[in-house]
Design a binder for this molecule. Structure first.
Ligand code: ZN
Length: 294
């Protein structure tokens, strides 16, 4: 009798344990499902494509990062004037971080490409740290005016593009090298080749420090869309819209070359050489998203 009770008790305990395991497994599986969904939702934050689009004279990588896959394409370029305008590169990094955190900000029909540092050799003259840098890496000492503006061949890259190109360019009251021919420099070639394959609907170059947004043109006047995006960015950011840069003659500029191949391009100049002015530029970027978004 005792043995029988024990057997029944064992069966009862065994059944309870089995049911317990089943219940545990059932609820465990239920817990797994929402985690999977969360992972799927988070996936777009990693939706960035990194491309090495060229090498500088000294062999540093020139990178592009592409976000989203919409058919309307916006290209943002920082640092064509290297370490002289390091804040334009920090602004591009800030934009990259923002897109990683807020991928939904990009309208579905738009993709964004960012070339954060178009002149890495010039950047290295001011900030020797290789790769991505932060405010902490910026030297506290004041460097001679113009340090890091040119590439390693001492060429002003924003005079090396194929729009009214001349071997000698102008920068303020100085004569600067524009290279041995249009696109003689690998950094300018990298931007040209990327622009030709990515085929952007518009291009925004970040510079400093004129506190303005400029339109662009080569031989055939300003494209209507260039005026639209200049005005949209200007109104949202507060940078003054200026149709024509006439402080001194500029030839061989990247924006002019883009205008010559029918791609609207604007130059956004931050108000100092040391500030990123993120809120103003985010407002400008959002204005472009509104302009091109469906
Ligand atoms: Zn510049």
């Amino acid at each position: 009798m005792k043995a029988l009770v024990s057997k029944r008790a064992l069966i009862a305990i065994g059944t309870l344990v089995a049911v317990g395991i089943l219940v545990f497994v059932f609820f465990s599986l239920r817990e797994v499902t929402p985690v999977k969904e969360a992972e799927e939702i988070e996936k777009p934050t990693d939706a960035v494509t990194h491309k090495i689009i060229g090498k500088s004279v000294e062999g540093r990588n020139i990178d592009a990062y592409i976000y989203g896959d919409g058919k309307t394409r916006l290209l943002f370029v920082g640092g064509i004037h290297g370490g002289y305008e390091w804040n334009s590169v920090l602004l591009a990094y800030k934009f990259m971080d923002y897109l990683k955190e807020n991928p939904e900000i990009i309208p579905k029909n738009i993709s964004v490409a960012i070339i954060p540092s178009a002149n890495p050799d010039g950047m290295a003259r001011v900030i020797p740290k290789e790769g991505r840098f932060s405010f902490d890496d910026v030297p506290a000492i004041e460097l001679p005016n113009g340090t890091g503006r040119f590439n390693a061949n001492n060429v002003d890259l924003n005079r090396n593009f194929d729009c009214k190109w001349k071997p000698k360019g102008t920068w303020k009251n100085k004569i600067v090298s524009a290279g041995t021919s249009a696109f003689s420099e690998p950094e300018a070639q990298a931007i040209r080749d990327f622009a030709q394959t990515y085929s952007p609907d518009s291009v925004i170059f970040w510079h400093s420090q004129a506190n303005a947004v400029y339109a662009s043109e080569c031989e055939d006047g300003i494209l209507p869309k260039t005026l639209d995006i200049m005005n949209a960015y200007s109104r949202a950011s507060g940078y003054t819209a200026i149709k024509k840069f006439d402080s001194y003659e500029v030839a061989g500029d990247a924006e002019g070359w883009l205008a010559s191949i029918n791609i609207p391009a604007i130059t956004v100049e931050l108000s100092t050489h040391e500030t990123v002015e993120w809120d103003r530029n985010l407002a400008g970027i959002k204005a472009l998203f509104r302009y091109y978004g469906l």
